[in-house]
Design a protein around this ligand. Structure first.
Ligand SMILES: Cc1ncc(COP(=O)(O)O)c(C=O)c1O
Length: 439
């Protein structure tokens, strides 16, 4: 079974290659240049017989597309990047798309394009990957979290409304809110957009999990209720480019600004320059940007993958419905789908109810891992991360996120998951754990 990249709890099943996680620190005791990996060699190689929680599906056509670029004149900054941007923008119904080398980069330039800076506040969900919050810190802003809804695990509109009321009184309203479409299910965007009008904040949808899904009958990414939507193309996601991300918008100024920030803040448009170009070679850096460019190799893979996006999402839904059926009548809580949403179905998250005992969650998790299933937990609430904890967040302020963290497990979910593998996952899930028989 090929190598699988995954995220999150990596202690039992290390899932990130040491060669990409090394710190490059010098080891003083050896005196020589020594790379100190976070994942030790003892944990390497990965157990290839594990059923992973997610993995890419790469066709011969995908491979051919990348090879074609290798034989072409442009490995980067060639025609494939705009082609990929156009494919995603057209699919989602957005006017502009800016591809980047990760969703993290796309979130950063999205915040920067909206003018997020020192003294600003950005709110997001605590049940997300750290990137949804880090992007605001990169801009010098402060971050706060809005607790999740107990049924969707997305940012709760009720909690957001309450928090905005209080923030308004205290004069500390957010400049940007970043709702995260966890597992691929859209947040309640119409209600969030209503609040944005009332309180004057901008919206970035972190749709890293959600390409291929819909909200209120429209494709996620069309930015009907937001300023910008961001996708991730990490290999465990619905569509992959290896690493990669994209920011979509309907606002031409935001589109232009994000494209500029992706590449050092440099413009080649005379209209944006401080004076007429010195010559045909001329460009100007007019603000501080980054090198967040994606390569043509990656974009070619993205273009090829986009041809199969609906197939991927349909397959994920078939797997999800089968999990629903297999778990019917068990004590596990299966995902609830908001009637206005069709999920991109990046993840399938079950919950082990706390009423079954505080230790049960961990026992079930460990039972699956030791049985060869690479389950995961998406996510450790961001405010629990030491870096954020040091900012003074209190766990009691997020009761729904806390109980979610005590109960959630992401089961394997990827197009090539076989029925036999899925049956085995559910068998282990229902198998007795520890001393007591659960089900
Ligand atoms: C919700 C969410 N936001 C942002 C990211 C960052 O994506 P990337 O790895 O493409 O930078 C991830 C990746 O796991 C994610 O799950």
């Amino acid at each position: 079974m090929p190598l699988t990249a995954s995220r999150g709890v990596g202690r039992v099943l290390p899932t990130i290659a040491p060669n990409i996680l090394n710190t490059g620190e010098r080891s003083s005791d050896q005196g020589a240049l020594h790379f100190a990996p976070y994942v030790t060699m003892k944990e390497w190689p990965f157990d290839m017989s594990m059923i992973p929680y997610g993995r890419q599906n790469i066709s011969e056509q995908d491979i051919e597309s990348v090879v074609e670029v290798l034989r072409s004149d442009f490995l980067t900054q060639g025609p494939k990047v705009p082609e990929f941007e156009k494919a995603v923008a057209t699919y989602c119904g957005a006017a502009y798309a800016v591809a980047a080398n990760s969703a993290t980069s796309a979130l950063h330039i999205a915040c920067a394009a909206l003018g997020v800076g020192v003294g600003d506040r950005v709110w997001t969900s605590p049940i997300t990957f750290v990137a949804s919050a880090n992007c605001a810190l990169y801009c010098g802003a402060t971050v706060d979290f809005v607790d999740i809804d107990a049924r969707t695990y997305n940012m709760s509109v009720g909690c957001l409304s309450e928090k905005l009321k209080e923030a308004s009184k205290a004069g500390v309203l957010p400049k940007v809110v970043i709702p995260v479409h966890l597992a691929g299910q859209s947040c309640e965007m119409a209600a969030i957009a209503e609040l944005s009008k009332q309180y004057g904040f901008r919206i970035i949808e972190d749709a890293s999990h959600a390409i291929g899904g819909t909200y209120a009958g429209k494709k996620i990414g069309g930015c009907q209720y937001s300023d910008i939507t961001v996708f991730s193309f990490h290999p465990v996601k619905v569509v992959t480019t290896g690493e990669g991300g994209m920011a979509l918008t309907n606002d031409p100024d935001l589109g232009k600004r994000m494209a500029r920030l992706r590449s050092h803040g440099i413009t080649r448009y005379p209209a944006e320059m401080t004076h007429a170009p010195d010559g045909p070679w001329y460009y100007q850096q007019i603000e501080l940007g980054f090198n967040y460019r994606i390569t043509d190799l990656q974009a070619a893979l993205g273009v090829s993958q986009m041809r199969r996006i609906d197939e991927f999402v349909e397959r994920r839904h078939i797997i999800a419905r089968r999990y629903d059926q297999l778990l019917e009548g068990s004590d596990y809580i299966v995902p609830w789908q908001h009637p206005e949403t069709y999920s991109g179905q990046h993840l399938y998250i079950v919950r082990v109810p706390r009423r079954l005992g505080a230790a049960r969650h961990q026992m079930v998790f460990e039972n699956l891992r030791s049985g060869g299933v690479g389950v995961n937990l998406h996510y450790i609430p961001v405010y629990r991360q030491p870096y954020y904890e040091a900012m003074g967040f209190k766990r009691d302020d997020f009761p729904n996120s806390e109980s979610y963290y005590d109960e959630a497990i992401s089961l394997p979910m990827f197009p090539d998951l076989t029925e036999d593998q899925q049956t085995e996952v559910v068998r282990l899930l229902k198998a007795p754990t520890g001393y007591q028989t659960l089900f």
